[in-house]
Design a protein around this ligand. Structure first.
Ligand SMILES: [Mg+2]
Length: 147
């Protein structure tokens, strides 16, 4: 089985969309992501949850969710867990890893919208950069993973 890590913000869930919406509503707010319920209320990105569930069902991939916390928002830890429980299910909460340095984890593939900044640059497996020209959405990621 291939161990595959999936990032949350802007990979599984729409961080940028919620960030832009919050700033539009309250331009004076410097850090929308520091607001209570910000992480719990993020919308899933199209195709992300179906793909995660297909990975679990497959006999090729062993998927985990790998997310760096928002250090200035302590609620991010519990709200990320809540998000996984709400959108993927309680049975998959043991697949959530919250870690500020993604390069510390062993695995084969990391699907992440960023290739550096949270230890991604030290990840020893393959990085599929979600949202890049090569992998603009989950359909392209699914194709690359033969899902
Ligand atoms: Mg991200």
């Amino acid at each position: 089985m291939k161990i595959i890590y999936i990032d949350m913000d802007d990979t599984l869930c729409d961080f940028q969309g919620a960030f832009a919406k919050a700033l539009n509503e309250r331009p004076e707010m410097p850090y929308p992501q520091s607001q209570y319920r910000f992480f719990a209320n993020l919308e899933p990105i199209a195709g992300a949850i179906e793909t995660f569930k297909d990975m679990i069902r497959s006999d090729v991939y062993d998927p985990y969710i790998l997310s760096a916390p928002s250090l200035k928002n302590a609620f991010s830890y519990s709200e990320k867990r809540e998000w996984v429980e709400t959108h993927i299910g309680y049975d998959f909460c043991d697949r959530l890893i919250i870690c500020a340095h993604k390069g510390l984890l062993r695995g084969d593939i990391l699907v992440d919208d960023k290739s550096s900044g949270m230890g991604q640059e030290d990840f020893e497996g393959q990085i599929i950069q979600f949202g890049s020209p090569r992998f603009p959405d989950w359909e392209f990621v699914r194709d690359a993973l033969s899902l």
